[in-house]
Design a binder for this molecule. Structure first.
Ligand code: NAP
Length: 472
């Protein structure tokens, strides 16, 4: 029997769908899962009649693969990934390639790339986005590692990926852990946009008095526009239309208002802090999830702490698509992308990843959770100026800021006066107002630091480093 082209370890929701995708694209496959009953169930159900065979152990698994082997691991990130690598490494031979498609921490990937490559195996750390549907139909994939290793799986990945007008949604990202770093930032941007859409829903419900179907109609109308057409806006509308079969009420209103935050959102913010990148909209979305998880404390506090009385502030007319609220959503979404791209630019310099921003925007245009028409504009912006310091100053995005900042400010001030939290909208407003200010009050901060700690300061009117005895 001829050997299989491709091997997959880990038959979770992602692994099952990715191997079906590979097989559909002409790559005969062999699968292994720690718990064999899952392999058995898969072979007897979704894999039946397909060119997919199973293995009960890793020796048999590697023996069924053509050389050099191409093996994709889709297992839980962290120690599980290390465990799988340690179990399979003794059976690999020179030139074989392991791909980690899980949501691994990029520094773990750096370590694994250098460990494995020193043993003459190839190792790719690859971010995969698109959820189970994307994995089956075509995800966006962000592979990093040595270029020669990538070349070994390029044809497979290009066939498996989502396809957009200018090609497949996969490209070589860069060396080491760069693929997983880019996936991490992708997820950070995703956190931001999800929270922005939740804030818009909350205002439409609490201030506008709209029900789920009416709010869904607004999101659907936004989804028809260039600025907001996206997968996340589309599914927001879908979620808001679903009724509870028990009583016909909006099902979202029955969902506990607690959101978890997994590794990638946290890692985006930690990396940004370490690298000195400003990502306040993304951070606000992470913090919103953290605060949401404190449900019992919030319930208790609501009976003690009082906010201002609700006012009916202007969010724009319903038949005009709530234009001011739409301004707030557009600018906050742009800010999430701008902050993520800025973080990647800084990381690219720090880690020498040589990230190519237009290509990253290109592979996010299809398959992934943050796919949107805005990414075409982002791709164009970095194509026309590869050294672009921040998306906000690109001519098209600057026009958006200049025409919509007033709307964002009105929504934030109305929400603040009503005591309704809008962390991403408010952070975005401060971010843009700070970024567009040539003079900020950090001169006084510098004076204080010099006063208590002799940290010295620079002056705007002469060169050098200065110290003053401030409290004499
Ligand atoms: P998952 O629940 O994260 O992982 C399940 C798989 O990991 C199972 O095959 C399980 O084997 C295996 N596993 C766990 N610990 C193991 C160990 N110590 N040794 C060997 N195998 C072990 O599944 P998933 O949702 O399909 O995700 C797979 C990876 O893709 C994760 O890293 C995840 O973060 C990432 N990812 C997920 C999504 C998504 O939408 N779900 C999207 C992008 C990326 P058993 O069956 O034996 O327990």
């Amino acid at each position: 029997m001829s050997k299989a082209h491709f091997g997959l370890i880990g038959l979770g929701v992602m692994g099952e769908n990715l191997v079906l995708n590979a097989e559909r694209n002409g790559f005969t496959s062999v699968v292994y899962n720690r718990t064999y009953s899952k392999t058995d169930a898969f072979l007897k159900s979704r894999a039946q009649g397909k060119s997919i065979i199973g293995s009960t152990d890793l020796v048999d698994f590697v023996g069924k693969l053509e050389r050099p082997r191409r093996i994709l691991m889709m297992v839980k990130a962290g120690s599980s990934t290390d465990a799988v690598i340690n179990q399979i490494a003794p059976y690999l031979e020179e030139g074989d390639l392991l791909i980690d498609g899980g949501n691994s921490q990029f520094l773990d990937t750096e370590r694994r790339v250098s460990d494995l490559e020193s043993k003459s195996f190839g190792y790719i750390g690859m971010g995969v986005s698109g959820g189970s549907k994307g994995a089956l139909e075509g995800p966006s994939m962000m592979p990093g590692g040595t270029k020669s290793s990538y070349k070994h799986v390029e044809s497979l990945l290009r066939k498996m990926a989502a396809q957009v007008e200018d090609g497949p949604c996969v490209t070589y990202i860069g060396p080491g852990g760069s693929g997983h770093f880019v996936k991490t930032v992708h997820n950070g941007i995703e956190y931001g946009i999800e929270q922005i859409l939740a804030e818009a829903y909350d205002l439409m419900k609490r201030v506008g008095g709209l029900n789920g179907s009416q709010i869904a109609d607004v999101f659907s109308s936004w989804n028809e526009t260039e600025e907001l057409s996206s997968y996340l806006v589309e599914i927001t509308a879908s979620c808001l239309r679903v009724k509870d079969p028990n009583d016909g009420q909006d099902l979202v209103e029955k969902i506990m208002d607690k959101a978890g935050q997994k590794g990638t959102g946290l890692w985006t913010v930690v990396s940004a802090l370490e690298l000195g990148a400003s990502v306040p909209t993304i951070y606000a979305s992470l913090n919103a999830r953290v605060l949401s998880s404190m449900k019992s404390q919030r319930v208790h506090a609501e009976s003690i702490l009082r906010g201002p009385n609700r006012i009916n502030f202007d969010m724009g007319k319903l038949d005009n698509g709530m234009s001011l609220l739409k301004d707030a959503v557009i600018l906050s979404t742009i800010a999430s992308y701008a902050q993520g791209m800025e973080l990647m630019r800084i990381a690219s310099n720090e880690y020498d990843y040589k990230l190519h921003m237009p290509s990253i925007a290109q592979i996010w245009k299809g398959g992934c959770i943050i796919r949107s028409t805005l990414l075409k504009r982002i791709q164009n912006a970095f194509d026309s100026d590869p050294q672009l310091s921040n998306l906000l100053v690109d001519p098209w995005f600057a026009t958006q800021v200049n025409s919509r900042l007033n709307g964002l400010a009105k929504v934030v001030s109305g929400a603040a006066a009503s005591g309704i939290p809008v962390p991403c909208f408010a952070s975005t407003l401060d971010y843009i107002n700070s970024y567009r200010s040539s003079r900020l009050p950090q001169n006084l901060v510098q004076a204080m630091r010099d006063c208590f700690g002799s940290h010295t300061y620079e002056r705007v009117d002469m060169e050098g480093s200065f110290h003053t005895e401030w409290d004499q």
